[in-house]
Design a protein around this ligand. Structure first.
Ligand SMILES: O=P(O)(O)O[C@@H]1[C@@H](OP(=O)(O)O)[C@H](OP(=O)(O)O)[C@H](O)[C@H](OP(=O)(O)O)[C@H]1OP(=O)(O)O
Ligand SMILES: Nc1ncnc2c1ncn2[C@@H]1O[C@H](COP(=O)(O)OP(=O)(O)OP(=O)(O)O)[C@@H](O)[C@H]1O
Length: 490
C-alpha cells in the first residue's frame, strides 16, 4: 500500500461496529479500520494525529503482546497502524456515508487524525491458490459473547448462576428498542462442544442474526441483520447463494427442501471449523457452568451430554480467556475501588501499574502471575482488574471462518471432509476485534450488570410471554426441537 498514492476509489464500505468503521480495498485483500466519534462531541473529543496514532498502536500492541499469547498465534493477525493523507480520509468518509446503516450514524468517522489500522481482509482466504475451483470464498462471522455461567462466590443474584448474561441481556435490549425480536441463540450451546447443541445455536444465529452473525461471499456481505428489523430474514435467498457450495451441481432438489439441506450443510461446516484442532486432548467443562436455563434445548439433551471442547480449538481458546473473569463483576468491584483509592493516594503509580498500558510483555505477566488468593495487596487488585479487562475483550470478539471449496486433487493442510461424497473445503479461522477495554468502563459494567439482571427478574419471571409468542410466530417447536432447520412460510 503506497500511502502517498491513496485513492478513495480503490476502497469501499465494508462494515462497522460501535467504535470503528471498516473499508476494504477493491483489489487487494486488505482493510482499513478507522476510529469513530460520537456526533455530539466530535468537535471536542477528536484526537490529535499523535494521540490517535498512539491509540491505534496500543490496539496493535494489545492484540500482539496480550491477546495473541492467550488466544493462540494461529488465530490472530497483526495489524499495522498507518498515517493516511487527510484528503483521502475526507473523500473516503463522504463516499461511504450513504452505505452506512442508520443505526450506526450516531457516530462519525474520524477524519481529523488521518490514522487507521491496516489489517488483512479476513473475509478472503490469504492462500487461496490451492483452490482451483473459482467459487468466491465464503466467510462466516460470529460474535459468540460470553460462554459460561459465573461460579464466583461473590455473585449475589441466584439467577446469574442459572441464566446466561446473553439470554438475560436479550430481554433488556428488546425493552430498550435495540432489537425487535428476541434471539434464541444461547452462547452456552455454542461453547458446549456438543455438536447437536452447537448446531442449534448456529441455527438460532441464522434465524435472528442481530449483531452476532454475518455471511460474506467473495468479500461482500450477503447476510446480516437488516436495519429494518421488522423484516424476517429470507432464508431461501441465503440458501440460493450457498447452493453451489453445498449441493452437487446436478442436484434436482428444489425449493424449501433444498434450502433446508443447504443450510444444514452450512451449519455442519461451521461446527467442524469451530471444533477443529490438531491437539487430541479435550477440555472438560464443568457441568454447572455450561447449562443455561433460558436455552430452548430439550432438558434431556442438556442433562445427558458430555461437555468438552477439543483443546486449542478456537472456542476453547476464547472460553479460556473469558474465564479469566473468575470473580464476576460483583467480586471485581471492590478490587477496582482498591485500585482507585491507591491511584488517588499514589497517582504517579498509574504508569508503573500499567493501568492504561503500555500493553507489553510485562502487562501480560501481571495477568499471568496474579496471586490466586487476595493477599490484600495492590498487585492482586491490579492483576484481577487487568484479567477482567482481557476477559471482556474475549467476551466481545468475533470469529471469522473463511471457507472455499477445493477440488479432489488439491493437497491441503487444513481441510474439512464432512462427507466423502460432498465438496471439500479449505478453511481458515481467525479472531478479530481484540481492542483493549478501557479501565474506566468498569463502573459502567457494574451498573449494566445490575440493570440486566433486575430487568430480567422483573420482566420474565414467573411468565415467559415474549419467548412463547416468538416461537409461535416462527413456527418452532420449542420442546421437542431437533437440529434440523424447519421452514414455515409466514
Ligand atoms: O456490554 P455488551 O455485552 O453489551 O457489549 C457491547 C456490545 O454490545 P452487544 O451486547 O454485543 O450488542 C457492543 O456492540 P454493538 O455496538 O451493540 O454492536 C460493542 O461491541 C461494545 O464494545 P465497545 O464499547 O464498542 O468496545 C460492547 O461493550 P463492552 O461491554 O464489550 O465494552
Ligand atoms: N480484518 C477484517 N477483515 C474483514 N472484515 C473485518 C475485519 N475487521 C473488521 N471487519 C468487519 O468490520 C466489522 C466492524 O469491525 P469491528 O468489529 O472491529 O468494529 P468495532 O467497532 O470494534 O465493533 P464493536 O461494536 O464490537 O466494538 C466487523 O464486524 C467485520 O464484519
Amino acid at each position: 500500500m503506497e500511502l502517498d498514492k491513496m485513492d478513495e476509489n480503490d476502497w469501499k464500505y465494508h462494515g462497522e461496529g460501535n467504535k470503528s468503521l471498516v473499508v476494504s480495498n477493491v483489489q487487494h485483500a486488505r482493510v482499513l479500520r478507522l476510529l469513530k466519534y460520537s456526533t455530539e462531541d466530535a468537535e471536542n473529543s477528536h484526537k490529535t494525529t499523535e494521540q490517535a496514532f498512539r491509540h491505534i498502536q496500543n490496539i496493535v500492541d494489545y492484540s500482539q503482546n496480550v491477546m495473541k499469547p492467550l488466544l493462540g498465534e494461529k488465530f490472530i493477525h497483526n495489524g499495522e497502524a498507518v498515517k493516511l493523507p487527510l484528503d483521502f480520509v475526507r473523500q473516503l468518509s463522504l463516499k461511504v456515508q450513504q452505505e452506512r446503516p442508520e443505526s450506526r450514524c450516531d457516530k462519525v468517522m474520524d477524519t481529523f487524525s488521518g490514522c487507521a489500522l491496516c489489517l488483512p481482509n479476513l473475509t478472503q482466504l490469504s492462500s487461496c491458490c490451492c483452490c482451483r475451483e473459482h467459487r468466491p470464498p465464503l466467510c462466516i462471522e460470529i460474535k459468540p459473547k460470553c460462554g459460561f455461567l459465573p461460579s464466583s462466590r461473590h455473585v449475589t443474584k441466584e439467577i446469574k448462576n442459572q441464566v446466561c448474561r446473553f439470554c438475560m441481556h436479550q430481554h433488556f435490549k428488546l425493552a430498550h428498542g435495540k432489537w425487535k425480536r428476541l434471539s434464541r441463540y444461547c452462547p452456552l450451546d455454542l461453547f458446549s462442544g456438543n455438536k447437536q447443541r452447537m448446531s442449534l445455536a448456529i441455527k438460532h444465529l441464522i434465524e435472528e442474526p442481530q449483531n452476532n452473525f454475518k455471511i460474506f461471499k467473495g468479500g461482500e456481505c450477503i447476510y446480516s441483520c437488516k436495519d429494518d428489523a421488522d423484516v424476517l430474514q429470507d432464508l431461501d435467498e441465503l440458501a440460493q447463494h450457498l447452493r453451489p457450495y453445498f449441493l452437487p451441481s446436478g442436484s434436482l432438489m428444489n425449493g424449501h427442501q433444498s434450502s433446508k439441506v443447504v443450510l444444514n450443510e452450512l451449519i455442519q461446516v461451521i461446527v467442524s471449523a469451530l471444533l477443529s484442532s490438531w491437539d487430541p486432548r479435550k477440555t472438560h467443562l464443568s457441568e454447572g457452568r455450561v447449562r443455561c436455563e433460558a436455552s430452548l434445548l430439550h432438558r434431556d439433551l442438556l442433562r445427558n451430554t458430555n461437555h468438552c471442547l477439543p483443546k486449542d480449538c478456537v472456542l476453547d481458546k476464547i472460553l479460556g480467556t473469558q474465564m479469566l473473569d473468575n470473580l464476576d463483576i460483583e467480586g471485581l468491584n471492590p478490587l477496582f475501588k482498591r485500585v482507585e483509592q491507591h491511584l488517588q493516594d499514589f497517582p504517579k503509580e498509574r504508569s508503573s501499574l500499567q493501568i492504561d498500558g503500555p500493553y507489553t510483555h510485562s502487562f501480560l505477566e501481571k495477568i499471568q502471575k496474579c496471586p490466586t488468593e487476595d493477599d490484600g495487596s495492590i498487585e492482586y487488585a491490579v492483576g484481577k482488574v487487568h484479567q477482567y479487562r482481557v476477559a471482556m475483550t474475549a467476551k466481545d470478539c468475533s470469529i471469522m471462518i473463511t471457507i472455499a471449496t477445493c477440488g479432489e486433487e488439491d493437497g491441503l493442510d487444513q481441510s474439512l471432509e464432512i462427507q466423502p461424497s460432498k465438496p471439500r473445503f479449505t478453511y481458515s479461522v481467525s479472531i478479530l476485534d481484540l481492542d483493549p477495554k478501557p479501565y474506566e468502563s468498569i463502573p459502567h459494567q457494574s451498573r449494566l450488570d445490575s440493570k440486566i439482571v433486575n430487568h430480567y427478574l422483573r420482566s420474565t419471571l414467573p411468565n415467559n410471554q415474549e419467548l412463547t409468542n416468538q416461537s409461535v410466530f416462527l413456527g418452532w417447536d420449542r420442546e421437542g426441537e431437533d437440529c434440523t432447520l424447519v421452514f414455515h412460510p409466514v
